[in-house]
Structure formats: structure tokens, C-alpha cells
Design a protein around this ligand. Structure first.
Ligand code: SAM
Length: 256
């Protein structure tokens, strides 16, 4: 029977990979990469670099599968329409990947998806693999191997704990935070935020810990009272995009 491995490879630094992930990589015949276009090509390169460094025990192939166009929030979807459009997009991805599994992976072969960070955090690979199985056209065993998330990379680089003692942590998206930019007790982590929604926060006691392209040579870190450092973050973000062509950033907000 075919095997599919969903392997977390860390958020940007090829050294941020677990020994379990390296062992899993060395079972792989075919690495499947959804090619999302030029902007994120450095992430495709990160996967290639991880394979080059660690996948040493057997020959393997990397297959880039063109990613069906994803619906974009800026196209003015209401939230419920947007969620339906994302579900439909996952269906198209499942169809494309099912075809590759059937045509490119032997019946007893092993395929892997290398996921940035950890597969459980704001990533659709687990859902897509489950929908390939649900379609019933290809049968396989599958395993998920945990990775270091961008959130863990952020807290490590700033040398801070994720939570305050006994306090909750909310992890949210830029889209949701933009709709309700409150900073409740505890910690708020914002991911997938293309427009720095935290600019709407005006309370002077909110601290921000921001990190962009974490784990890469171009990594940027800023921290301090949000209202005082936000302009610097906006500028650093724009400069990073101009220099590298891509920005992935995550930030953490808390009071005091
Ligand atoms: C689709 S989610 C993937 C999250 C990933 N599975 C994880 O465990 O971190 C993409 C978001 O993760 C965050 N992210 C991923 N890699 C990052 C990096 N190297 N530096 C900063 N943030 C990153 C950003 O918030 C980005 O918008």
C-alpha cells in the first residue's frame, strides 16, 4: 500500500527540523510540493534544501504540482462565502494531488508533503490529505510528523514565554483581528496578516513582539510598545519585501 507522510519542517531554518522528521524523510520516494507561484518560491527552495541536506539514504524525486488558484479575501467575500470558496479550493487541490499520487507514486511507494512549520497550525495539508482519502480513488496509510511552528520560532528568537503565568493564549488571523482588534487579557498571536491589522490598536500599554521571515538569513525582529514601534515595523516589512520578494510575519501582543 502507498504511504503518505505529512512532515513539518520548521518555519524557515533548515536546522529547525526534528530527528523524527529526518527519519521520516529517509523513507520517501516522492516529495510533493504545491507550487504557489513565484512569490513563495523561496519556500519551495526551503523544501528542496531540506531534502538535499537530510534525504540521503535513497533516491527521491521532487514533483511540483501547480496549485489551483486560491480565493482571496480581498475579492470582497463575506466570511461564509469565503469559507465555501476555500472548501472548493481544497477540493481542487485534492483532485490535482490524487492524480499525482496515482500516476507518480508506486503502489508500495512513499510520498511526502513537507509543510512549513507544523502541519496542525493554519495549514490545509491534513484536510487535503483527508479529502483525497474521502474521494475513495486511492488508498494509502498516512502519518503526520510534528514540526517547529513559526510561533515557537518567534518566541524563541525574542526569548519570551508564549503565555503569561496562568493566562490564556489566543491564536488568530489578520483577517479576524482586523474585524475585532481587541487585546483581551493574556496573549494574542496574529498570523496570516498581510496588512498589519495591529495598526488599529491604540492602547499605549500593548507590547508587540514581531518577527518576519524567521529562520532565514533575512529574518527581521522588532519588539516594544506597539504604538511606538509600529512605524518601524511597517518600514522593515516593506524593505524586506522589496529586498527578498516575500514576507511571512507573525506577531504576539500582550499588555504591560
Ligand atoms: C499558512 S500559515 C502556516 C503556518 C505554519 N504551519 C506554522 O506552523 O507556523 C502561514 C503563516 O505562518 C506564519 N509564518 C510561516 N513561516 C513564517 C516565518 N518564517 N516567519 C514568520 N512567520 C511565518 C505567517 O504568519 C504566515 O502568514
Amino acid at each position: 500500500m502507498r504511504t503518505v507522510l505529512v512532515i513539518g519542517i520548521g518555519a524557515g531554518d533548515p536546522e529547525q527540523i526534528t530527528i523524527q522528521a529526518i527519519s521520516a524523510l529517509n523513507r520517501v520516494d516522492v516529495v510533493l510540493v504545491l507550487d504557489k507561484g513565484r512569490d513563495s518560491h523561496q519556500l519551495v527552495d526551503l523544501r528542496a534544501e531540506v531534502c538535499r541536506r537530510y534525504l540521503r539514504e535513497r533516491p527521491y524525486r521532487i514533483i511540483e504540482v501547480p496549485d489551483p488558484r486560491r480565493p482571496h479575501k480581498s475579492n470582497g467575500y463575506a466570511l461564509s462565502d469565503y469559507e465555501a470558496a476555500v472548501r472548493q479550493w481544497h477540493g481542487l487541490r485534492a483532485e490535482a494531488l490524487e492524480h499525482v499520487l496515482l500516476t507518480e507514486v508506486d503502489e508500495d511507494g512513499c510520498a511526502a508533503f513537507l509543510v512549513i512549520g507544523d502541519p496542525s497550525l493554519y495549514d490545509s495539508t491534513i484536510r487535503v490529505v483527508q479529502s483525497i482519502l474521502d474521494r475513495g480513488n486511492v488508498v494509502f496509510d498516512w502519518e503526520v510528523i510534528a514540526g517547529i511552528t513559526s510561533l515557537q520560532a518567534l518566541t524563541a528568537r525574542h526569548r519570551i514565554p508564549l503565555n503569561e503565568v496562568g493566562e490564556p493564549v489566543v491564536i488568530t488571523t489578520g483577517r479576524r483581528f482586523e474585524a475585532d482588534p481587541r487585546t483581551p487579557a493574556g496573549t494574542v498571536v496574529v498570523m496570516l496578516d498581510e496588512g498589519l491589522a495591529c495598526r488599529a490598536v491604540s492602547e499605549p500599554d500593548v507590547q508587540i513582539y514581531w518577527g518576519a521571515n524567521l529562520g532565514t538569513p533575512q529574518e527581521q525582529l522588532r519588539a516594544g510598545p506597539l504604538t511606538e514601534v509600529i512605524d518601524e515595523i511597517v518600514e522593515a516589512r516593506a524593505r524586506l519585501r522589496a529586498e527578498t520578494g516575500w514576507v511571512l510575519d507573525t506577531y504576539l501582543l500582550r499588555r504591560g
